[in-house]
Ligand binder design. Structure first.
Ligand code: GLN
Length: 543
């Protein structure tokens, strides 16, 4: 029978519950256990796909096309847990299902449909569903902060669940903050005590407390937390802010004995810890041999998490080259007002990530022109590819008003247009071209060199596409479609062989990159940027 871990968070949001859950999953996987992770999100959107990145950061996409919370990105990057449509459950999803059953008529047999038991039953069902025979451990992260009204049904459901399957088969881990008060020169344990107090009111006694802190927590404070929160002294685990890298989190949890504690408490049959490759990785991150500056030109730059997977994939590529990637985050609109040279001067590579809507488009197009004119390695992703096609058509074909119909319905030259099967789509939720689709690569292209094979699969999230009416003309002018769908109809990758490294993709490679295995396109893009930096350094003319 599978065992269960529930991860909750207290005191404040943004404590890194997702990262901690992923790290817990990882260290247990590295002890030979078969782990599955899921996240509960208390908001009412059915999925985050309809939310602005300003609200909730990046929308992460799975193989099966499910649009999910970005924490699932951490799960995939840190573990091998199988993720699909059952891996992210929101309040909206739960209510949608309950209401559909009620409308159908007979399901609730004439009863009044209520939060308890009907909504909580529906939530519990999501936990049972993951606990299949091939899994040793299910880790369920509950989003939100203890004390929020909206997470109550989820907490009540996990409380009931533990009663049903037996408390000995469940472990409650609570992540809290132990703040440092400068004026008093002290760490404060009271917020943690209060947060645990609130959990206990709901009927959940945490077994383990993971305390986020900027400073080491003295044993006396740990003992105090243990006493007031009714947990074992050994179960107060410190998670110190990481100076260098998030990849240290699993190592620090191991150093603090968390894996052993969990294995013992749940009576798991685990092997010894096999984490050598991860230690090597952390060493590489801490001692880079080179540095490279990549500009990311986007629209949601101010939000730290809006391009989460892109930033992380760049880090992975840096690790592959033993290099530190310095990311210069640039608001696309800034380029329109101040010019490309002033904000992009000196960068070694330019990346334009995905996005929606008109704002910033012209700045992105200028950035692409700057990259092409100066032979700076360029990597376009989704909207970044669409902008690259627009730029090329305007500059090299002289089609001055070339555009995407997303931004200009009346353009004479819609080089990017709505996909045929999107034309009748009215609803916005979950209706884009989503998830993993195959793509065939042209032999000898940059893409082919990177992947080392001709057939690949990548994750998508878009409504617009390269307009084939312009394919031949653009190819003649030097913009090659180096990756297409197997039926040849959809352009998935374009390249410009006149440049050293200029490649743009309609899909989202950032969702398939891992710290130990950088995505081949990110790897080669950063490699090309490093090469350019090195050649500039040794070239007295441009130096
Ligand atoms: N807005 C564009 C489209 O819908 C690009 C989407 C994206 O970058 N994810 O096709």
């Amino acid at each position: 029978m599978a065992k269960h871990i529930f991860v909750t968070g207290g005191v404040v949001s943004s404590l890194g519950k997702g990262l901690t859950s992923a790290s817990i999953g990882m260290v247990l996987e590295r002890r030979g256990l078969r782990v599955r992770l899921q996240k509960f999100d208390p908001y009412i959107n059915v999925d985050p796909g309809t939310m602005s990145p300003y609200q909730h950061g990046e929308v992460y996409v799975l193989d099966d096309g499910t649009e999910t919370d970005l924490d699932l990105g951490h799960y995939e990057r840190f573990t091998n847990s199988l993720l699909n449509k059952d891996s992210n459950t929101t309040t909206g999803k739960i209510y949608l299902s309950v209401i559909q059953k009620e409308r159908e008529g007979s399901y609730y047999d004439g009863n009044t449909v209520q939060v308890i038991p009907h909504v909580t039953d529906e939530i519990k069902e999501k936990i049972y569903r993951l606990a299949t025979d091939d899994v040793d451990l299910v880790i369920t992260e509950v989003g939100g902060t203890i004390g929020d009204i909206e997470s109550l049904p989820f907490l009540e459901a996990i409380r009931q669940f533990a009663q049903e399957v037996g408390r000995e088969n469940c472990l409650f881990i609570h992540l809290t903050l132990v703040p440092y008060l400068k004026a008093a020169g002290e760490l404060k344990t009271k917020p943690t005590q209060h947060s645990v107090g609130q959990l206990r009111q709901i009927g959940i006694q945490p077994d383990i407390l993971i305390c986020r802190t900027e400073h080491p927590i003295p044993q006396s404070d740990k003992d105090k937390i243990a006493l007031f929160c009714n947990v074992d002294k050994k179960a107060v685990i410190e998670e110190r802010d990481k100076e260098f890298t998030i990849y240290e989190v699993p190592l620090s949890l191991v150093n603090n004995g968390l894996d052993e504690l969990i294995v013992k408490r749940l009576g798991l049959k685990a092997g010894s810890l096999d984490i050598g490759d991860w230690r090597t990785l952390v060493d590489r991150v801490k001692k880079p041999q080179h540095e490279v500056t990549i500009a990311v030109v986007g629209k949601y730059i101010k939000h730290r998490d809006a391009y989460k997977s892109v930033y992380e994939s760049l880090d992975h590529a840096g690790i592959a080259h033993c290099s530190r990637v310095v990311i210069r985050r640039i608001e696309a609109e800034e380029i329109s007002s101040t010019g490309a040279e002033s904000v992009l001067g000196g960068v070694d590579g330019i990346l334009i990530p995905g996005g929606f809507g008109m704002r910033g488009i012209e700045g992105k197009i200028e950035a692409i022109r700057y990259a092409r004119a100066n032979d700076i390695p360029f990597f376009g992703i989704c909207l970044g590819m669409q902008c690259a096609v627009i730029e090329y058509a305007r500059d090299m074909l002289g089609l001055d008003d070339a555009n995407s119909t997303e931004f200009d319905q009346d353009t004479h030259h819609p080089v990017i247009s709505l996909m045929a099967d999107q034309k009748d789509v009215q609803e916005r939720g979950g209706t884009m071209r989503l998830g993993l689709w195959p793509c065939v690569l042209q032999e000898g292209s940059l893409a082919h060199k990177a992947y080392g094979k001709t057939e690949i699969g990548e994750r998508h999230r878009h409504r617009y596409e390269f307009n084939n009416d312009y394919r031949a003309r653009l190819a003649e002018a030097g913009l090659v479609a180096s990756g297409v769908s197997p039926d040849g109809r959809l352009v998935e990758i374009v390249e410009c062989p006149a440049n050293s490294w200029f490649l743009a993709v309609q899909f989202h490679p950032e969702f398939l990159s891992k710290p130990i295995k950088a995505h081949p396109l990110f790897r080669d893009f950063v490699g090309a940027s490093l090469a350019r930096r090195t050649s500039r350094r040794t070239d007295p003319v441009t130096n």
